[in-house]
Design a protein around this ligand. Structure first.
Ligand SMILES: CC(C)(COP(=O)(O)OP(=O)(O)OC[C@H]1O[C@@H](n2cnc3c(N)ncnc32)[C@H](O)[C@@H]1OP(=O)(O)O)[C@@H](O)C(=O)NCCC(=O)NCCS
Length: 154
């Protein structure tokens, strides 16, 4: 856990108490629009199983950013072989204040510490200009184009 100077932002690993907040974020329209997997919303039982498989999993780094004890965003990396897929979400009323940038920075540090040599991969839908900007500024390189998304790597 670390406290960063950016407006009292605290970044920590996710725990069971975060399940409800993450459910709400996963089902927000912009989160679903950014997803490559589905645009359909998740039901609670599906989410609970998804969350249980990730929290405390050594192949998953699941981070929560908090301000004044309120979760304001999440970032995660899921490792498979030599690569880890990265995803991120920041609550709409907390955007453009550097939360995502800090989360990606911290996630990169944790991945290097826990999974030395693992490449971080972000798949970003073509319309998602904010994410393209975010990941590029965080040091990810555009390495491939797929039909509806780009692949970025760090
Ligand atoms: C993308 C997202 C995570 C950015 O979160 P954020 O906390 O607002 O981002 P930050 O404030 O840390 O921004 C860091 C940089 O990213 C870029 N950026 C962020 N939002 C942007 C936007 N709306 N338009 C253009 N660039 C943007 C900028 O370069 C910004 O730096 P700057 O503010 O100095 O210009 C947030 O908009 C979000 O949760 N979107 C919905 C989910 C999503 O798209 N997830 C990514 C799936 S790959």
């Amino acid at each position: 856990m670390i406290t960063l100077p950016l407006a009292n932002l605290l970044i920590r690993r996710a725990c069971a108490d975060d399940s409800r907040t993450m459910f709400e974020w996963a089902n927000s329209p912009d989160s679903l629009a950014a997803s490559l997997r589905t645009s359909a919303s998740y039901d609670w039982d599906t989410h609970l199983a998804w969350f249980a498989a990730r929290v405390d999993n050594p192949d998953v780094i699941l981070l929560i950013a908090e301000r004044e004890s309120t979760p304001v965003g999440q970032a995660r990396a899921e490792r498979e072989g030599t690569e880890a897929a990265v995803a991120i979400y920041v609550a709409p009323n907390q955007r453009r204040s550097g939360v995502a940038h800090r989360l990606l920075d911290y996630l990169g540090g944790e991945a290097a510490r826990c999974w030395s040599g693992t490449r971080l991969i972000a798949q970003i839908r073509n319309h998602n200009r904010a994410s393209v900007e975010l990941f590029t500024r965080a040091g990810y390189r555009h390495v491939a184009d797929k039909s509806d998304h780009g692949v970025f790597q760090r």
